[in-house]
Design a protein around this ligand. Structure first.
Ligand SMILES: [Zn+2]
Length: 231
């Protein structure tokens, strides 16, 4: 009886994949029916040669930083698709990459809590979700670490020239500030970001986490812009 149920389940999955083929996370090519990998045979070697970040990442003020992927080519295009169209299969793929990167640092970083770079209220409302939070939640599931909100974005109003002195002062204090009764207090914290470019935004979030009382802060970005030109 159980064998029959299993057989039926497999057959149903096979037909579902035939009707709605799963697509390669990077290039969107249809994956062969029954395939378990999330990227196609053409992209797998390119992931290793072109999209894997192998260079040290440093974020000012952080105790450590790393990113599994380079923000370039199809990896960058896939991240944009994830961000703007909220493709859940892509969220799983990016999260798996990020969780593997965290696992490589786990013994050294000894993290106790995962948090994420917040979006401004307006942007989050428009987009419907925070891409860094969604990755953080998946990485939390895979690593067994709790995931908490710790930061918020200060509201920015108008152009610099139209701002009052008090608003300019607030802007100079940084983009992010800690929420009250902060869960990061006394904890070794992983900060998840989607792309690290200059590191300035991540550095500001690190500063706010220190202000919240975090005992150590590590930045884990899904992607980083390439530190050099790839041929
Ligand atoms: Zn592909």
């Amino acid at each position: 009886m159980n064998t029959l149920v299993l057989w039926l389940q497999n057959a149903a999955r096979w037909f579902a994949q035939l009707l709605h083929p799963r697509r390669c996370a990077l290039c969107r090519a249809a994956l062969s029916v029954g395939a378990r990998a999330m990227i196609c045979a053409r992209c797998a070697p390119r992931l290793r040669s072109d999209y894997r970040n192998t260079h040290a990442l440093s974020v000012p003020g952080a105790d450590g930083a790393d990113a599994p992927l380079l923000y370039t080519g199809e990896a960058a295009a896939a991240l944009k698709r994830y961000k703007f169209y909220r493709e859940t299969s892509l969220c799983r793929w990016f999260s798996a990459q990020t969780a593997a990167c965290l696992a490589a640092h786990h013994a050294d970083w000894r993290p106790e809590l995962i948090t994420y770079v917040p979006l401004g209220a307006g942007r989050q409302w428009k987009r419907g979700f925070n891409q860094s939070e969604a990755v953080a939640r998946e990485v939390g599931k895979q690593s067994g670490l709790p995931v908490r909100a710790t930061l918020r974005k200060r509201p920015m109003q108008g152009k610099q020239s139209h701002r009052s002195a008090r608003e300019r002062q607030r802007a100079a204090k940084g983009v992010f500030c800690p929420i009250t009764q902060n869960p990061a207090k006394g904890k070794r914290v992983i900060l998840i970001d989607d792309v690290v470019t200059t590191g300035a935004t991540a550095a500001d979030a690190v500063r706010a986490l220190r202000e919240a009382g975090a005992s150590a802060v590590f930045v884990l970005a899904v992607t980083r812009t390439p530190p050099y030109r790839k041929k």
